[in-house]
Write a protein that binds this ligand. Sequence first.
Ligand SMILES: Cc1ncc(COP(=O)(O)O)c(C=O)c1O
Length: 436
Amino acid sequence: MNYSRKKSQPIFDRALDVLEKGVSSNFRYLGDKETPVIARGKGARIWDADDNEFIDYRLGWGPINLGHADDRVNQAVTEAIQDGITFAATTPLEVDVAELIKKMVPDMEKLRFTNTGTEATMHALRTARGFTNKEKFIKFEGQYHGAHDYVLFSTASSSIGGMGSRRSPIPVQVGSGIPDKIRDYVYCLPFNDFDAVERCVKDHHNEIATIMVEPCLGNIAGIEPQDGFLAHLRKLCDDYNMVLIFDEVKTGFRLSNGGARDTYGVIPHISTYAKSLGNGFPVAAFGGSADVMSVIGGGSVTHAGTFGANAVSMAAAKAVLTILDETPVLEKLAERGKRLKNGLDKVLTEAGLPHQMSGHPNLQGFLITEKEVKEVRDLVHHDDDMYEAICINMYNRGVWMEDDAREPWFICEAHTEEIIDETLNKFEESVKEAIA
Ligand SMILES: Cc1ncc(COP(=O)(O)O)c(C=O)c1O
């Protein structure tokens, strides 16, 4: 890397002394001498502890849809916390936010708040089990639903080689520390494979409570569902007494105000939300059909949390949702996202690099492979080294994208056309340097 770490390195050395691997989430660790230390962000830009400036396309792995340190959201949170934060009781703010979500998300009837995406998917899974009185579930290979035990199988970081054949996929456990028996509760299937899901459901529906799906592969370059795939899942759930859960932690309040339900025109029984709901403040929710949600409480399904719907999260969510509701932020993002996507495509084509553009403009990626990519198994043909080389060249030019093609590029309201054009110029130089 070209950058000075004169101030960053001593801070990271201190971090290594007190935080395991120097980070607070495994995926943040990039090496003892390489892990960035970020001091601040504003709009579409961030600065490290040495004051090196970057255009940010990681956006904290997705939550920032308005821009870092958005003044409107910060102001709302600052005002709200003057009245106290946590009361172990319902608050007016919480009702306001729930009403806004209900207004913006098609067929949202009842919901509950949590603080992270992991909690939201964990509670949604339990709710589906409580509703159907069945225990197993289907998830799709390459999808990440958070860090609780039940869902840590065949995620974006799993080895594709370990997944077995498409006909009889093997759930690949992510890391140790998960009881072996948990594997018996999950079927991991290839995304976009209509027949594989149908076969599994027909054979095992008596024990399957739910199909949990990221409507597009938010952890695999945003790969989108093929026409009819999500509707196929909904029909199977209706026919076989299963709950369809959309994990909208990445797509919610990012693809469109109504999220993937609206964008892809399929309504699940339950959706989970987090990231873009708070523009970086920790807030999450799950909800959907009143019938399914009614099993929560009253001595049935447990949902609890000391910090659920605290004033910090609710004030942030209210500000974000009001902005999205009153101004066409996500439409604007889609226009700029297309500009970025077309520009990246043009540069890669002109450089003669075989590639696939993927994802929705608001959550997109590109993959360096000739083969059409419909699901994670298709990444065995991906040129990881070339992608990483381009990423390092971009970083050295002040543009921060994830060095792993599976994590999408995110844009926010603060990515102006000028910033996108600046990015594309740097991308052209970076690609030329990588293939030279
Ligand atoms: C689709 C999806 N679901 C759930 C999660 C977990 O969310 P959190 O990191 O807030 O626990 C993530 C995190 O990246 C995600 O991408």
